[in-house]
Design a binder for this molecule. Sequence first.
Ligand SMILES: [Zn+2]
Length: 262
Amino acid sequence: MPDLSGHTVLVLHAHPDDEAIFSGLTLRRLADAGARTVLVLGTAGELGGSRVPLRPGETVPERRVAELEAAAGLLGVARLVLLGGRDSGLPGGPGTAHPRALAAADPLALARRVADLAEAEGAATLVHDDDGGIYGHPDHRAVHRVGALAAALTGATAYRTTVDREHLHTAARDGHLVHGAARSARTPFGRVTAEIALAVTGTPGQLAVKRAAITAHASQLGPEDVPEDGFAAAYGYEWYRRSGAPGVLDALGNAHLLAGAR
Ligand SMILES: [Zn+2]
């Protein structure tokens, strides 16, 4: 296992559950290797609704933040920061017009806050969505703009979160949550294998923690949505493009190169 003590990685996501689905293994592995992780969320997922009854007086964002805190605990996140944007929903929906919609926020103002946070934390590595927003969701695209600007402001190495659509097509068919999300957003998703710089994988134990972190978001999905059978094929890798020199995430090893060499 690499020793990453002394390193801090700032990981930016749009909605509670994205951190577990798209970078849960990476977060757990960074923590296991001794790195400090700071998880920054653009929104509280206000428009996700809830598939389970809320407590009296409880709101969807309150519930989702509580779930996020539980997931972050499982993933070994050292500090959780909410940027306070509001879920923008899908294009054409009423959420995009809300004055606090993340997708309509000034990306430079948010990037300055993220850059200040990264500098205060001594984080030389940023993780944020790819410019395709993984599956085109306006908030994921916004997180890309904010993260890319923050990386430019700080000079940090930036890893851009995506999925390998070829891998998912062959290994997981319809078995990854991104398939349904992309259908809802009516967009293609992810990248082809050749566009991806790094694939992080983990042990069965780390993968089990990732599954627990995903299902901690019980207002959004249940264990049946991420069945154990096929979980490793669909969620056993996390994919990144990279801007800048190889950084801390590369120290976790690159399953992509191993697969390519076979
Ligand atoms: Zn999301």
